[in-house]
Design a protein around this ligand. Structure first.
Ligand SMILES: Nc1ncnc2c1ncn2[C@@H]1O[C@H](COP(=O)(O)OP(=O)(O)OP(=O)(O)O)[C@@H](O)[C@H]1O
Ligand SMILES: [Mg+2]
Length: 378
């Protein structure tokens, strides 16, 4: 049975907002996204009125779930940020509803995710530099260090994890509201791409994007994880800054290619995380040099070493160089990441080495006081 947006709106018309206005007329509703029996939308309200809206959110979820054909409904309550805050864009209700706190953006971080020891972001200033490929292989490298690792695809507009991990199945829902993440190569994985068909246009509005992230963090049964690796959307604009604040990050890894232009963007990435008080765990130089797949000859087609130099200049650790190699591309795009499928290769070794450095940074390096206590079981 196909559910339409009109049916959802009709059900919402029976839900009154705190002042009695029917919900669709209360000017708080984001786009309503209906996909495969799953319904998502958010209510963006004034931070001061959040308490009054909480029962409305519940009622809206119940009303939508009662529409025939609806399998699950996820409704997020987001509060408009108060004027003068560091970044534009909405905030989750429970953060904004807290009593007034200091103005530093780091103080607006979400609380941690129960059961998850540390969340780290893999980010890049620029798109297409191999951030998702690095994130997946880094996660697998951390897995090889004996950690229980999860991956969250925060790239709502261009989710990559379904492809990079060859995941076609849809997550099951638990009790109608919570989602069960997918297991692949020993990783616990969630991506908006699992819920939405590739062909569906991504016409999410700002609040929708934020609520989708909040839901993927909070309404997914992540279970117990030592580390969650978040594949961030590319760029350093407001959306990324807000996201860096939305996710309770213990650190960030910046991926860059060696060219000057990419490095300028990487620098912006480093300063974005510094601005929100997230320790930069280091910089990875991807596509650092070219390794000929047939003869093995190495050529520094870009000015190799730029990221190492830049990391030194910025005073952040340099985590390693990944060559531009056909195997990495082919395996990555086929959903067979090298660390999982060619573990004895030089490439896998490089990624595992990067993973060890990231872990060392988390345990004692850049994280300092905020570093998580991670115990590796022998
Ligand atoms: N070291 C590498 N050697 C060869 N190919 C690579 C390497 N790293 C990434 N690629 C390839 O480059 C392309 C872009 O990589 P990827 O999707 O990981 O980048 P991204 O930064 O996440 O991109 P986006 O900004 O679109 O999210 C992919 O086809 C991937 O297989
Ligand atoms: Mg990507």
């Amino acid at each position: 049975m196909t559910v339409t947006k009109e049916q959802v709106l009709a059900a919402l018309a029976r839900v009154p907002s705190p002042d009695g206005t029917a919900l669709p007329n209360a000017r708080v509703l984001s786009d309503v996204v209906v996909s495969d029996g799953k319904v998502f939308f958010s209510l963006t309200v004034d931070a001061a009125t959040v308490k009054a809206w909480e029962p409305v959110r519940d009622a809206a979820e119940k009303a939508v779930r009662s529409v025939p054909g609806v399998q699950s409904a996820l409704v997020a309550l987001t509060a408009e940020r108060s004027p003068g805050a560091a970044a534009r864009g909405p905030q989750p209700a429970h953060v904004a509803a807290q009593p007034q706190r200091a103005a530093h953006p780091a103080d607006k971080f979400q609380p941690g995710i129960p059961g998850v020891d540390a969340v780290i972001a893999v980010a890049s200033g620029k798109g297409g530099v191999g951030k998702s490929t690095t994130a997946v292989n880094l996660a697998l490298g951390l897995r090889d260090l004996g950690l229980k690792v999860g991956m969250l695809d925060a790239d709502i507009y261009g989710p990559s994890l379904p492809k990079l991990l060859a995941i076609k199945e849809k997550p099951e829902t638990i009790g109608g509201t919570r989602l069960k993440p997918i297991q692949r190569y020993g990783l616990t994985v969630m991506s908006i791409g699992f819920l939405i068909d590739e062909e569906t246009p991504m016409i999410w509005r700002g609040p929708m994007v934020m609520s989708a992230i909040t839901q993927m963090l909070r309404e997914v049964e992540w279970g117990k994880l030592d580390i969650m690796v978040v594949d961030m959307p590319p760029g350093t604009g407001d959306a990324q800054l807000t996201m860096a604040q939305q996710v309770p990050l213990k650190g960030a890894v910046i991926v860059s290619t060696p060219q000057d232009l990419a490095l300028i963007d990487a620098r912006r990435g480093v300063s974005m995380f510094k601005r929100v008080n997230v320790p930069v765990l280091g910089v990875v130089e991807n596509m650092s040099y070219f390794l000929c797949p047939s003869c093995g000859t190495r050529s520094d087609i870009f000015a190799h070493g730029g990221a190492r130099h830049e990391a030194e200049r910025l005073g952040v650790p340099f985590l390693g160089e990944v060559p531009l190699h056909m195997t990495i591309r082919e395996k990555s795009d086929a959903g067979l990441p090298v660390v999982a499928t060619v573990p004895d290769s030089e490439h896998a070794r490089i990624y595992r080495d990067i993973a060890s450095k990231v872990l060392a940074q988390l345990k004692g390096g850049a994280g300092g006081k905020t570093a998580p206590r991670i115990v590796i079981e022998a």
